[in-house]
Design a protein around this ligand. Structure first.
Ligand code: GZL
Length: 367
């Protein structure tokens, strides 16, 4: 998977992207080039990301750090660097729209050249996208991986040119500070636990519930499922998970799976959707079946405006945020790392949450 030893290199300065926990927003003007693959889904509307200051939790003191030396890269002036950004999923999902906008907004503010590409939810394309970014001379790579495995070709190519990689949102199964420098993301197990708390509250902790699983092959689905099930077992043993099926993080599939669900389990009391898009699909299915708002308790994860609005309308009981605004953190990393300072290998972004007590008032904070 990786060359056996990482050599100190005098190659063109390469910037490692890693993390400390502080944020700073600077001003400047930048060039952001979309690739020619039509990274914007034709139906998507770009949203200005509201890069509010993010509270970032770092691992307890003593968490592993990563430095230029440890990685074998040389200092670089950030303003002369080229950042390659690989987005995984097509921008029909507001999570992806907000995530990409956050990276572009921050590059613009900091005067950093950004080459942004989008794999349109095809893993083979994401691999070739990243290889193209390397060929175009990216000094560092920020990747929102579609899958956790299968990155070897990219890791080898980046390692050969000593181009450090940071992953955002989902993890890749590789060695930190060797194959990649840093991971920035949410605590997905905690998201599952918080979703379970909302489900227990909504259902009274009794009855049958279903899980609309996220896409297979990534840590987000695995960890959100684990958190939810662990919490149910710990806090509400009378709440039984009787149905689990993937909706691939997509609205249409969330709807079709829910249609099957209410046929096979007409007494289902709650649905845990591992992202808002599938949760909104479930709402559509329940509406089509003539159900009333709240007849089936729905809890979802992401924090999109569409889902939070459904709390106001009574269809969804709770939304746990999965904060996609990685831009400031990723570029703060560049500042810290390019100066030769140590950055954390794993940084957890804090997520907020919505329910009927704050949905209306906080709707503007959703993305
Ligand atoms: C979560 C991210 C998930 C979102 C979905 O960090 O990986 O992928 O929750 C998206 O909306 O498809």
């Amino acid at each position: 998977m990786k060359s056996s030893a990482y050599h100190r290199t005098t190659l063109k300065a390469l910037v490692a992207v890693s993390l400390t926990a502080s944020l700073a927003l600077a001003t400047g003007c930048a060039k952001s080039e979309d690739d020619d693959s039509g990274s914007k889904d034709k139906n998507a509307t770009a949203t200005e990301s509201k890069d509010a200051g993010q509270v970032v939790e770092t691992p307890a003191a003593g968490g592993k750090g990563c430095t230029l030396d440890a990685y074998g890269a040389k200092k670089i002036d950030l303003s002369s660097a080229t950042v390659g950004f690989s987005q995984s999923e097509k921008e029909a999902n507001p999570f992806r729209i907000a995530e990409t906008a956050s990276l572009k907004d921050e590059a613009k503010k900091r005067g950093v050249k950004l080459l942004a590409v989008n794999a349109q939810s095809q893993f083979s394309k994401q691999i070739s996208d990243v290889q193209d970014l390397i060929a175009k001379g990216a000094d560092l790579l920020v990747i929102a991986p579609l899958n956790s495995d299968g990155w070897e070709p990219v890791l080898r190519a980046a390692s050969a040119k000593k181009i450090p990689i940071v992953t955002i949102d989902r993890k890749i199964n590789a060695d930190p500070c060797k194959d990649y420098v840093s991971f920035i993301g949410s605590d997905f197990v905690e998201q599952g636990k918080r979703a379970a708390d909302k489900m227990i509250e909504a259902t009274g902790g009794k009855g049958e519930v279903a899980i609309l699983l996220g896409a297979a092959g990534n840590n987000v689905t695995t960890e959100r499922t684990k958190g939810f099930k662990d919490r149910i077992a710990e806090k509400a043993p009378d709440l039984k998970v009787v149905f689990e099926q993937t909706g691939d993080f997509a609205r249409e599939k969330g709807q079709s799976v829910t249609e099957q669900l209410i046929q096979s389990k007409p007494g289902i009391k709650g649905i845990y959707a591992e992202n808002d898009e599938m949760g909104l699909g479930a709402v559509n299915a329940l509406k089509s079946a003539g159900k009333k708002p709240g007849a089936v308790k729905i809890v979802t994860v992401d924090g999109t405006r569409n889902a939070v609005k459904q709390i106001v309308d009574g269809w969804i009981s709770g939304v746990i945020e999965s904060n996609p605004r990685f831009g400031p953190l990723a570029f703060q990393t560049l500042d810290t790392f390019t100066k030769g300072e140590e950055v954390q290998q794993d940084i957890v972004i804090k997520d907020s949450a919505y329910d009927k007590t704050n949905a209306e008032a906080d709707l503007g904070k959703a993305f």
